[in-house]
Design a protein around this ligand. Structure first.
Ligand code: ADP
Length: 226
């Protein structure tokens, strides 16, 4: 079998709470292929955020390794991990975290400018993504002037602005009503299929989970298929 774009190999993650060691991830294996959309459905406190942060190189595993496009990331320097995070990983959260002073288009340009693209190139790509998310007509609006569904579409467009290999999402539609959640999900799913992204999406929404390629949960610190 071909190696996934994102691979977790025997990942360990523990927290110390006073004298007590909390084991969140233990011997976790996982593989995610390009163009694949996987739902992670698990109760609150099961370790979904810990897993997403570890897979997204925001936290280091205490054991095992995270492999992104054949690069073992566990022992890389902070600088190398930041570069991989910036270029190859996109994050979407439950709350959009858009910059309030900037327009939708400018928010999507930001990660591209940080990466070194010209304003012209970044602006063009931002407009393409807004068009793809069917909100091009909202490009010049600030986040506060957008609906919840529109804000999340902008947040998704921003997450994929640098054409990452992996998209990690923590309850991306958790703050939306069911109908809006469905529309935002449709846009996200189309983007994943069109771009060949590998997407891991934590959600409590069973209806949306059913529409993804696979469903996994966390049990005894391991990822298991549902
Ligand atoms: P989920 O996203 O599934 O709700 P989390 O990954 O946020 O779960 O948390 C898993 C467990 O780890 C919880 O019991 C939480 O309290 C604990 N935890 C998370 N972060 C820390 C931390 N920095 N220090 C100590 N315990 C933590």
């Amino acid at each position: 079998m071909m190696a996934g774009v994102l691979e977790l190999r025997q990942v360990e993650r523990h927290y110390l709470q006073g004298q007590k060691k909390l084991t969140i991830l233990s011997g976790t294996d996982f593989s995610l292929a390009g163009g694949e959309m996987v739902a992670m459905v698990a109760p609150s406190g099961a370790g979904k955020s810990t897993l997403l942060h570890t897979a997204g190189l925001l936290e280091r595993p205490d054991g095992g390794d995270v492999i992104i496009a054949d690069r073992a990331c566990g022992r890389l320097s902070d600088g190398e991990r930041t570069a991989i995070r910036r270029n190859d990983i996109g994050f979407v959260y439950q709350f959009h975290h858009l910059l309030p002073e900037f327009s939708a288009q400018e928010n999507i340009m930001m990660p591209q400018l940080i990466r070194g693209l010209s304003a012209e190139e970044a602006g063009k790509r931002a407009m393409q993504l807004l068009d793809y998310m069917q909100i091009a007509h909202r490009a010049q609006h600030r986040p506060a002037e957008l609906s919840g569904g529109e804000q999340q579409r902008v947040a998704i467009a921003r997450a994929v602005a640098n054409a990452p290999l992996v998209l990690l999402a923590d309850e991306p539609t958790g703050n939306l009503d069911p109908t809006t959640a469905g529309y935002v999900f449709d846009a996200l799913a189309a983007l994943v299929k069109q771009s060949g992204l590998a997407a891991l999406i934590a959600t409590h929404n069973h209806e949306l989970a059913r529409r993804m390629d696979r469903r996994v949960t966390l049990r005894d610190g391991k990822i298991v298929e549902l």
